[in-house]
Design a protein around this ligand. Structure first.
Ligand SMILES: O=C(O)C(=O)C[C@]1(C(=O)O)C=C[C@@H](O)C=C1
Length: 360
């Protein structure tokens, strides 16, 4: 570098140092306000999903670049996470083990200041929060290629927990291994869904005699691959980092827009954020007529549906339960009318929660 370049570099670095000092001071001023808000809340619920969604939406709107709106929101996600931890540190139960996409979703939603608690099953995630051993739960509910996560939906029917948020995560799968290169791989471990999502890539890039073994999670697959150089795993970034594996191939999922949606569950109901969703479960006696009876009051009252999923009820042989996600907040007038009408035709209607739509 020339003297002139060195001089320019120093000028910019000096400017960055001065700006960093200002940012630090302002972040701490923000933290002081959050701390005082915590005192005003007087030991009540500190996490306010609707306010967090509003803060992040506003940041995206205010942002003028060169950082992207998403990048700016992610930075503020972390600042808010630390501010919230000053009020009260949160523990988030998730479908483990460590390194799963569900943990990545929990961190995306609550930031790094929240502690995450891995659970062995979706049932345990619900139980732990119901018992008060963790503050919130994060559980997968649907994948864009594989469809609904039935266990989460079934548990929602009986659980006292409310949905207070959603997280949408792009799922990127990588082929991971302790050693370099594709030679000598005898087995590939992954969760059955991930093996299915990378099926075409595996057919094209690995010899036919490489065994594909499905295990309980992608993180478990990465752990197994870390123990044996003749094995590889399909898993995401978090698992690759945790088990210090090489990425032999990145983003090997067949479907480039592969996303998973997760629910955030807790004992509180969220307040209106302005861009909300409501999840309902509706039970009706027989499927053919029931589908129309359930969808019609929503449509007629102008409540738009973003998801509709039917599952056999676990209580009656021919009964179906319908899971509907609709746009809007529970006490919107049209929502209230539609719900009252639904109650006339359905065996039961349960509101699983009204909550802010995912912002980042
Ligand atoms: O506004 C509040 O209620 C706060 O506690 C402050 C704050 C924030 O840092 O902006 C922190 C945590 C809440 O979940 C929402 C927002």
């Amino acid at each position: 570098m020339s003297d002139e370049q060195l001089n320019l570099l120093k000028q910019h670095r000096d400017a960055i140092d001065a700006i960093d000092a200002q940012i630090l001071k302002l972040i701490n001023q923000r933290a002081e306000h959050a701390h005082t808000i915590g005192v005003i809340k007087g030991g009540g619920v500190v996490y306010r999903p609707e306010r967090e969604a509003q803060v992040l939406t506003r940041i995206k709107e205010l942002n003028q670049g060169p950082l992207s709106g998403e990048a700016a929101a992610r930075l503020f996600r972390e600042i808010m996470s630390e501010c919230l931890a000053l009020e009260k540190p949160l523990t988030i139960a998730y479908l483990g083990p460590e390194g799963t996409f569900t943990q990545a979703a929990a961190v995306k939603h609550f930031g790094h200041a929240a502690s995450t608690l891995p659970c062995a099953s979706i049932d345990e995630v619900f139980r732990i929060v119901e018992a008060g051993s963790a503050d919130y739960a994060v559980a997968p509910v649907e994948n864009s290629t594989e469809g609904a996560v039935g266990r989460t939906l079934d548990l929602m029917v009986a659980s006292s927990l409310q949905i207070c948020g959603e997280v949408v995560l792009r799922i990127h799968h990588h082929l991971l291994r302790v050693s370099e290169g594709l030679d000598g791989i005898k087995r590939v471990y992954s969760h059955a869904q991930s093996l299915a999502q990378c099926h075409e890539w595996l057919n094209k890039n690995l010899p036919a005699d490489v065994e594909r073994i499905s295990v309980s999670s992608n993180a478990e697959a990465a752990r197994l691959a870390s123990l044996d150089p003749s094995c590889a795993a399909i898993a995401g970034d978090a698992a690759a980092e945790k088990y210090v594996l090489n990425k032999l191939a990145q983003n090997i999922e067949d479907e480039p827009n592969n996303t998973t949606r997760f629910l955030v569950l807790g004992k509180q109901t969220a307040a209106r954020s302005g861009r909300d969703k409501t999840s309902l479960v509706i039970s009706a006696p027989n499927r053919a007529g029931a589908l129309h009876a359930v969808a019609e009051p929503l449509a007629r009252n102008g409540v738009s549906m973003t998801k509709f999923e039917s599952r056999p009820s676990r209580t009656g042989l021919w009964e179906y339960v319908f899971f509907a996600d609709v746009e809007g907040f529970i006490d919107d007038d049209n929502m209230q009318t539609a719900l009252a009408e639904l109650q006339q035709v359905a065996a039961f209607v349960k509101v699983l929660g009204s909550y802010p739509q995912a912002v980042i």
